[in-house]
Design a protein around this ligand. Sequence first.
Ligand code: AMP
Ligand code: ZN
Length: 464
Amino acid sequence: MEKITLYNTLTRTKETLTPIAAPTVATYSCGPTVYNYAHIGNLRTYVFMDELRRVLKYAGYTTKSVMNITDVGHLMSDADDGEDKMQSAARKSNKTPEEIASFYSAVFFKDLERLNILLPEIIAKATDNIPEMIDFVKTLVDTGYGYETDDGIYFDISKFDGYGKLSRCNLDDALAGARVAVNTQKRHPADFALWKKAEPNHIMQWDSPWGKGYPGWHIECSAMGKKFLGERFDIHTGGVDHIPIHHENEIAQSEALEGHKVVSMWLHGEFMLVDGGKMSKSLGNVYTIDDLIERGYSPLAFRYFCMNTHYRNKLNFTFGGLDAAQTAYDRLRSAISSCENAPKADKNTLADAAKIKGNVNAALYDDLNFPLALGELWGLSKLNCREVYETAKDLDAVFGLKLHLPPEAKKLDVPEEVKALAEKRFEARKNKDWATSDALRAQLDAMGYTVLDSKDGYEIKKRN
Ligand code: AMP
Ligand code: ZN
């Protein structure tokens, strides 16, 4: 196993990873709230999760990774009021929260697949783990950290000594920053909900020692982390927006419960901006992967675009930037894949290739420096020998960019009818039925399309 350093938000320093139970590294990543499509900013955070997991595996560790699916309890406002996001989406579309969750989860997993993001070993749905959350809250109440009000159970942040240590704000800052208490029974405005009592019209509710209700969003991650990874684990990830509230609250709950530190390292991915600003529905700049595909970009070019900026730097999305990434990505694939049939390297070139691979490894083990590692791959691509192809193929385990394969054909908006005819013709060719194949080609030609055959497939082109 290789030595890896990672930047720990908690200590604001790069630290050497020292797993609790090497060779296993246990990680927890905050997953999506499945009430809507994931946007490209959300997906950047999951590309970062994937970078981490792939580097760990590449370095010889075994990953035991959990990602949750939040399908209850994430309210519209961080101040523990507003409607549950799932319930609100369900109400607006006349569906049940379960239908909403299963629809958007399926789209999310399809997005991950298209971005070649490896699935964590454990995917945990909040609604499958309610008893563990209730037990967690009950212990916090029994030990005096949790208290009951008319509308739920709250965590008393003044009882937890280290509150604010992740975001480096003290208790006074937290209290001053909290909104004027809507709920006057809270002891402190910044106390947060562990459990909410359900209004009669709340669809998702479970029996608990405090009547019918549902879990707070923060307790979900603490309870599922404990259930699947135990009372101490190595790494917790999420986007930087989670530092001040969600992760601060997770630390408070979990450490109050266990009486000791739970997570060794906190890693946070910086935000994606669009055209230099925030993504928002009102600006019409919230894009999904489907939006990019519709405009002719490939999901892996978006992955390349993300990897080309370090996860701790902001990444400004523009279509100009994505254009450049698509072009560079295609060029790199083309340069590397064309080395499949290049001659074997001489001694000097072999030494150069080995040096580059060493530089790639060093970059990756130094806080996941993918931009630097990609730069090294450009150097590799210029060596023009068979080993370029072989090295890139090996390295695909960590990049997941399929750089050793020729660039994908540009996606063309081809009518379904044309696609069907081309597929029929492909079948005819496979069966050596040349007459049918020629007739179909003529038919396609009349419709304005040509088909270019290749070794194991074909490409449809529009005739100029
Ligand atoms: P959510 O589904 O809202 O809980 O968000 C899922 C993940 O996306 C979280 O880890 C967030 O931190 C992250 N996220 C949200 N917006 C952005 C953004 N603009 N850029 C990067 N990550 C984001
Ligand atoms: Zn979380």
